[in-house]
Design a protein around this ligand. Structure first.
Ligand code: KDG
Length: 306
């Protein structure tokens, strides 16, 4: 049984061959992406058995998603194919002030996930279920599934990455997010996202708004990550790297942090492993970069006190 089950929508991705307005891009590279599947890939790359659970369409994009995730070592046995709805798609537009994601996912197979997924035996053995705020925006059934996975009593831990995507929240009130975050065990969020959704990025104020989770991880604008736990607050700076393209780095960070948690690391090493995994993704144009080899990761972590 995989240790972690990541639940959400995985889409086909078109990456522009070169930066600039979409109308001027001559061709695109075909890949696949989606925050939760990115986390599953990142976990597998760090040696943690992980599954992705969700739906794809009965089309070439869906087959590509399943093939690419399986090739990356992600368990896709709980993924289902929807005969009636297409696989969602996003197109990346790379400009001087960063990338814009254009979504073609309304009515997608991935947005039709719902509580029926819980019947899959995969959930019975998992130690951790990883969710993101994206899923809550997708549809009523996807929101119901998110709530069901957070319901107590439960046998698994839940990690929840806020992943604020304003473009997906035009038809739903983002106020549904706070109780979802508060019901999780490990919450990860960017300081800018926290300010947009919860009205503050201050760690103490966030703690007061979200007393439920045992850990809050806040990634702040100064490129450091702060872990707030019952034992106090730990701050760890990110690595200094030449950023090629940032999309996916938050997912890689989540994978590193969660892998460190499952390895039983202390809070500082968890953050460091998150930063290491994120750095590997920041330096590539796609949404996932392989982390350094395990012995190098160990050597880099050894410099850390816990
Ligand atoms: O975190 C990266 C994701 O944003 C990207 O893979 C696309 O899942 C995605 C989304 O819905 O934005």
């Amino acid at each position: 049984t995989p240790t972690v089950v990541c639940v959400g929508e995985t889409m086909a991705v078109l990456l522009p061959e070169r930066p600039g307005p979409l109308e001027d891009v001559p061709s695109f590279r075909h890949s696949c992406g989606g925050a939760e599947a990115n986390v599953a890939r990142g976990l597998v790359a760090l040696g943690v058995p992980a599954a992705w659970a969700g739906r794809v369409g009965a089309d070439g994009f869906g087959r590509r998603v399943l093939r690419e995730l399986a090739a990356a070592g992600v368990d896709v046995r709980a993924a289902t194919t929807d005969p009636d709805r297409p696989t969602g798609l996003y197109v990346k537009e790379a400009g001087p002030s960063g990338s814009v994601l254009h979504y073609y996912r309304d009515g997608s197979a991935g947005s039709a996930i719902g509580p029926d997924l819980l019947g899959d035996p995969l959930f019975a053995g998992a130690r951790l279920v990883h969710l993101s705020g994206i899923t809550a925006a997708l549809s009523d059934s996807a929101l119901a599934l998110t709530r069901a996975l957070l319901a107590r009593p439960r046998d698994h831990l839940v990690s929840f990455d806020l992943n604020w995507r304003p473009a997906l929240w035009r038809r739903r009130d983002p106020a549904v997010l706070r109780p979802l975050l508060d019901a999780a065990d490990i919450v990860m969020l960017g300081a800018d996202e926290a300010a947009a959704v919860l009205g503050t990025a201050d760690p103490d104020a966030l703690r007061a708004l979200l007393p439920g989770p045992s850990t809050l991880v806040i990634k702040d604008d100064a490129h450091q990550a702060i872990a707030v736990t019952a034992d106090g607050t730990v701050t760890e700076p990110a690595l200094n790297v030449e950023v090629v393209e940032p999309v996916g780095a938050g997912d890689a960070f989540a994978a590193g942090y969660l892998a460190g948690t499952l390895r039983g690391y202390g809070p500082r090493r968890r953050l460091r492993l998150g930063h290491l995994a994120a750095a590997a993704t920041l330096v590539v144009p796609g949404d996932h970069g392989p982390p350094p080899p395990p012995d190098l990761v160990e050597a880099l972590l050894a410099a850390s006190p816990d």
